[in-house]
Design a protein around this ligand. Structure first.
Ligand SMILES: Cc1cc2nc3c(=O)[nH]c(=O)nc-3n(C[C@H](O)[C@H](O)[C@H](O)COP(=O)(O)OP(=O)(O)OC[C@H]3O[C@@H](n4cnc5c(N)ncnc54)[C@H](O)[C@@H]3O)c2cc1C
Length: 426
């Protein structure tokens, strides 16, 4: 049986974070990565740009083509791990192979949710999800022939897809069940700004409704909304979210909630098994609880921290929280922390400049920053993030944080020095 000192399941950013840290610590030990997708590691966040052909395939790769060779990593691609025996320390693959490990990292990401709607079937030729390079290639085949697209889901991925399709000249409708787009991520003001940006670009956004039925044999021809509206379509994209891929972990008896449960060292409940990225539930320091944070930097950082612990060097990942950088038409948005549906004890300070399409919103609790949203005024996001991570009491100078031209110079001098030193140290 093949045996590796370090084995990683899932060939994406979590795996890369782990490999790059491992190789700073362990030059000689054997490392293998198993990936179900047949491709070299690529950036999912670039998929919408690949779809609208702003980016060619070669630029999608997250690391150079010789990355695994240089890192001395055995890449087993196009193969799925189908079983895990944590007692024998063996992973089974779909080609019958068994791989032994000393330390294992699960970085299996998520899978798209397909809601149970009559006639909504991914087997229909023009019904797609948008999570993988294969999805993007499938969608791209419709460009040029399809005229009308319906995107189910007004979250980040749905809106990115809608924008890419709109830029390719399709007439696009977005259908969102919640009363507003991006509801789990931003506040109402930002949602409205985003909806208006889509509307200005000619995309119709239907909120507070969903698809009740998809009509058409073999292909989707019409999406009938629960509100009664019928949308003819040549293309239907399902983008209502992802669920963590936990099946391997669950069948092996690991503790799983929504995602695979890990502690701050990224250890699962099984000895020598770690997890990171979209498949795991990590500690969010602002929530003071665990949750799935399906974000690129979170997967990388989690993989890195796992690597240190896998190599026997204790490290914790204790500064994780939600963080999004979004770009829709002429809107640039950065959000971090807790921004949607804050509960009791939270206060909000904000400044909206509708003429300039600019917005700045800060969420505070006990005088400290718990979240922020910046719309079209994003240059100083790093400072706010540092204030949040350091737990700085910002109440005395919160008005300065809302002003135009805010920067380190606006902070009290002792704090400025401290934060700048931290920033330089990375
Ligand atoms: C269109 C799109 C845009 C996005 N934009 C952003 C963005 O702007 N900013 C941001 O922070 N995040 C963004 N994200 C989210 C980000 O891509 C994810 O958070 C990140 O990719 C998670 O990385 P991961 O390593 O956990 O897993 P994933 O990238 O999900 O990869 C997991 C891999 O594991 C493989 N796998 C799963 N199970 C097995 C198995 N049993 N055997 C073998 N292989 C397996 C899967 O096939 C997959 O290739 C975007 C996602 C999408 C889809």
């Amino acid at each position: 049986m093949e045996r590796y000192d370090f084995l990683i399941i899932g060939n994406s950013v979590g795996a890369v974070g782990c490999i790059e840290a491992l190789r700073t610590l362990e030059k000689e030990k054997t490392v293998a990565v198993v990936g179900e997708e047949p491709y070299h590691v690529y950036s999912r966040a670039l998929l919408p740009y690949y779809l609208d052909r702003e980016i060619p395939l070669e630029k999608m790769y997250y690391r150079p083509a010789d990355f695994y060779r240089r890192m001395g990593v055995t890449a087993i691609l196009g193969r799925r791990a189908t079983g895990l025996d944590t007692r024998r320390k063996v992973v089974y693959l779909d080609d019958g192979r068994a791989l032994g490990y000393d330390k294992l990292l699960l970085a299996t990401g998520g899978r798209p949710i397909v809601p149970p709607v009559a006639g909504l079937d991914l087997a229909k030729e023009n019904v797609c999800t948008f999570l993988t390079l294969q999805d993007a290639q499938r969608l791209a085949r419709f460009l040029g022939s399809a005229r009308r697209a319906v995107v189910l889901g007004g979250g980040i991925i749905g809106l990115m897809t809608a924008e890419a399709l709109c830029k390719k000249g399709l007439s696009v409708s977005v259908v969102e069940l919640a009363p507003r787009v991006l509801a789990p991520v931003v506040d109402e003001v930002t949602s409205r700004m985003v909806e208006e940006a889509f509307s200005r670009a000619g995309v119709t956004v239907y909120t507070g409704t969903t698809i009740g039925e998809v009509r058409g044999e073999g292909r989707a021809e019409e999406a009938v909304l629960t509100s009664g509206v019928t949308l003819p379509c040549d293309l239907l994209v399902v983008a209502v979210g992802v669920v963590p891929r936990v099946e391997l972990a669950k069948e092996a008896g690991l503790a799983v909630n929504r995602g695979i449960l890990v502690n701050e060292r990224m250890e699962t409940s099984a000895p020598d098994v770690y997890a990171c990225g979209d498949c795991a539930e990590v500690y969010d320091f602002l929530l003071d609880g665990r949750r799935v944070l399906p974000l690129w930097p979170n997967a990388y950082a989690g993989g890195r921290v796992a690597a240190f612990n896998m190599a026997g060097v204790p490290r914790v990942y204790d500064r994780a929280t939600a963080m999004n950088s979004m770009h829709f038409f002429d809107l640039n948005i950065i959000t971090a922390g807790l921004n949607a549906g804050e509960k009791e004890g939270f206060e909000v300070a904000s400044r909206l400049d509708p003429a300039a399409c600019r917005y700045r919103r800060l969420v505070l609790k006990d005088g400290r920053l718990y979240g922020f949203i910046l719309v079209n005024e994003i240059a100083r996001a790093g400072i706010l993030l540092n204030l949040m991570k350091e737990g700085v009491e910002v109440a005395p100078f919160v008005d300065k944080l809302l002003k135009d031209g805010f920067g380190y110079a606006c902070l009290p001098e002792d704090l400025r020095g401290k934060l700048l030193v931290r920033e330089r140290m990375g």
